[in-house]
Design a protein around this ligand. Structure first.
Ligand code: SF4
Ligand code: SF4
Length: 423
């Protein structure tokens, strides 16, 4: 018997047309074993999208409403009646974010909107890095959590996907404090892994129909990727995202720490990627000769490309190795931080060193002096402030700055970028 592999399902979907998204979601969930494997009618289910802030769907800041609605419809059809959906945004309210993307009681299949503002202190003695969390009350009341993350770049962790999405289970204003308590990318990733170990989301679905590249997670640019990803393993799912965008999975702290802490695997040889057999081909134009990484970089040994098999719930599927995955669904032009080398002695510290090198900067022409960045800076005494008065943009004190990038995430005018000195 071979080693059990984490399954990641990739389903093409070229638009947010609701029926199309629903069919793609059903297919993806069926290829993981069907909705009955993840939720039953007797249970209280919390569906957790990414509501970073109140933003229109086309900005690609939040999980698209069509994906949320499809999930709620599937749960409703499965007889689940105690379903809530919600996230605790970094700025504003869950209700405000839901309203901005057009979710109402009439179009959410009987599910309730979780308020996500009342916190409950939850102790977790088994935590390896974090032993307590201030979860939103609805998290503590749920029997099962289904995570609907968004495919986006991230200044601190390079990408935000399935592992990072659970941070929204923490009540809003506590999130900034978490960056002080867990002040670099690795230790922050370990804290995220402890949240997974504590609440054990049953299913992770990534909205990558339109992703965000560049200055994510709040100020980047929408980019069409035309895929939905599904897995029970959040690290494997994020690893497939990395593969699609030619980012070495070993450069992502949430992958490294997630595997070290037992919530999943980033080793491609332990990940089985499948796609529906009847899937249409979607190619973003990258050629093999242009690959930034090769399959050998991931230890790829899968020889099943092109094979078909009888799948779950009567659906047939095709296994994809790394090359086939990229050829069909990849985008080598996707703008993400790919700098760094892997598996050197220094790499153990490289994400920390990288975060030290990347400085947040304000574009004074875009800045409207609103003060949101100052308000969200978690450092006591503030590392960004209106030192020169409100007529000038805020200025940074880089000696105090812990490079959490909360200011960059929250700036409503996309005026803040995080880059290395040369950039
Ligand atoms: S949040 Fe953005 S726009 Fe507002 S003061 Fe800070 S940099 Fe300027
Ligand atoms: S200035 Fe920005 S990056 Fe630095 S600690 Fe404050 S919020 Fe974080």
């Amino acid at each position: 018997m071979g080693e059990k592999r984490a399954r990641v399902v990739i389903v093409p979907c070229d638009s947010y047309e609701e029926e199309k998204v629903y069919c793609a979601m059903r297919t993806g969930i069926d290829l993981l074993g069907g909705i009955g494997k993840f939720a039953s009618p007797q249970e209280k289910i919390l569906v957790k999208p990414n509501f970073l802030s109140a933003a229109l769907p086309e900005k690609a800041v939040t999980t698209h409403p069509a994906v949320i609605k499809a999930m709620l419809r599937i749960l409703s059809e499965a007889g689940c009646t105690e379903v809530k959906y919600g996230d605790s945004p970094g700025h504003g309210s869950c209700a405000g974010a839901a309203a901005k993307i057009g979710l109402t009681p009439e179009n959410t299949f009987g599910a309730g909107l979780a308020d996500m503002s009342e916190e409950v202190l939850t102790t977790f003695p088994e935590g390896l890095t974090a032993q307590e969390f201030y979860f939103a009350k609805e998290v503590t009341e749920a029997d099962a959590i289904i995570s609907l993350c968004k495919m986006k770049t991230h200044a601190l962790e390079r990408i935000t996907g399935a592992v990072k999405n659970v941070y929204g289970l923490i009540c809003g204003y506590r999130k900034a404090a978490g960056h002080v308590k867990y002040p670099n990318a690795s230790v922050f990733a370990r804290m995220l892994a402890d949240i997974h170990r504590c609440v054990k989301p049953r299913l992770h679905i990534m909205d990558g129909i339109v992703a965000m590249e560049g200055n994510g997670p709040g100020s980047g640019d929408p980019v069409s990727m035309k895929v939905l990803l599904f897995s029970e393993d959040p690290v494997a799912l994020d690893t497939v995202f990395c593969t699609l965008v030619y980012l070495d999975p070993e450069l992502v702290p949430t992958n490294i720490q997630g595997e070290a802490m037992g919530i999943g695997t980033y080793h491609r040889s332990r990940i089985e990627v499948v796609t529906p057999a009847e899937a249409p081909v979607t190619n973003h134009g990258g050629t093999d000769a242009d690959h930034v990484r090769t399959d050998a970089d991931y230890g790829e040994t899968d020889a099943d490309h092109g094979g078909t098999d009888a799948g779950h719930a009567g659906r047939s599927f095709e296994r994809l190795n790394g090359a086939a995955l990229r050829e069909r669904y990849g985008n080598r032009q996707f703008r993400v931080d790919r700098k760094g080398t892997k598996r050197t002695f220094l790499l153990r510290y490289s994400d920390f060193m990288t975060s030290l090198a990347k400085r947040p900067r304000i574009d004074k022409d875009l800045c409207i002096r609103c003060g949101v960045c100052v308000e969200h800076c978690p450092v006591p005494g503030k590392a960004v402030s209106f030192k020169n008065g409100r007529d000038e943009p805020p200025v940074y004190d880089y000696k105090k700055c812990i490079r959490c990038y909360c200011c960059q995430e929250m700036c409503p005018r996309h005026a803040i970028t995080a880059g290395r000195r040369k950039e």
